[in-house]
Design a protein around this ligand. Structure first.
Ligand SMILES: CC(C)(COP(=O)(O)OP(=O)(O)OC[C@H]1O[C@@H](n2cnc3c(N)ncnc32)[C@H](O)[C@@H]1OP(=O)(O)O)[C@@H](O)C(=O)NCCC(=O)NCCS
Length: 184
């Protein structure tokens, strides 16, 4: 599976496609699982898909065509943040790992100031958590009760990251949690 990235044109040719992509699907692990047209119009107008801090790309599979979308945030920082979404028809087929690898390659190849790349997901999003690990990302945090859930109690947010030097070498740098305890 070869996934390529095509930059979106949110204020122009891709506006309607961005609205349709989000409103025709459910994203059960996102804070807004079923975004509306109003949500999308507002997001596009405020630059959530492209401004100084944000950018976005369609994910195109060589065989299947357009399978998803990735949005990056915090692009003025050396550690941008990922939001990766496959359309429902393309979930559960092993596309998550090649998609994340393609996005990671794109970030480190085209953004020389980026030293690390980050992503967070809800604790029960097992598919995304496995995709992070299979793509060589490392879990770095577990924020208790920090993920708002519509109509329910908040869940934990789990944070993953990949370092530029790991991407360059193909190694996965792990770390000891080195917790300070009161037992000693
Ligand atoms: C999350 C997402 C990118 C994962 O990609 P995917 O191609 O659907 O994932 P896969 O089918 O390859 O599943 C990845 C792994 O999780 C496992 N898995 C999938 N659903 C699971 C579930 N409900 N419980 C346990 N394991 C599950 C798969 O068996 C696979 O295991 P493997 O690592 O042994 O192969 C995709 O489903 C998606 O876009 N979902 C909606 C948006 C979203 O939640 N994005 C995350 C925001 S950062």
């Amino acid at each position: 599976m070869t996934i390529t990235l095509t930059r979106t044109d949110p204020q122009g040719a891709d506006r309607e496609a961005l609205v349709t992509f989000h409103t025709s699907a459910r994203f059960p692990f996102h804070v807004r699982p079923q975004p509306t047209r109003v949500d999308l119009d507002r997001a596009i107008d405020r630059g959530a898909f492209r401004d100084d801090e944000h950018d976005s790309w369609w994910l195109d599979d060589e065989r299947l065509g357009r399978v998803g979308l990735v949005v990056l945030e915090d692009l003025q920082d050396p550690a941008p943040l990922l939001d990766l979404r496959l359309a429902p028809a393309f979930r559960g087929q092993g596309l998550g790992v090649p998609a994340l690898r393609a996005v990671t390659d794109h970030v480190f190849r085209t953004m020389p100031d980026v030293t690390r790349f980050e992503g967070q997901t809800r604790e029960d999003n097992t598919a995304m958590r496995r995709v992070f690990l299979r793509a060589g990302w490392v879990q770095e945090a577990h924020y208790r009760e920090s993920w708002p859930v519509e109509g329910g109690a908040p869940l934990a947010s789990v944070a993953y990251g990949v370092l530029r030097r790991d991407w360059e070498t193909g190694r996965v740098t792990t770390f000891a949690w080195d917790a300070v305890t009161l037992d000693d």
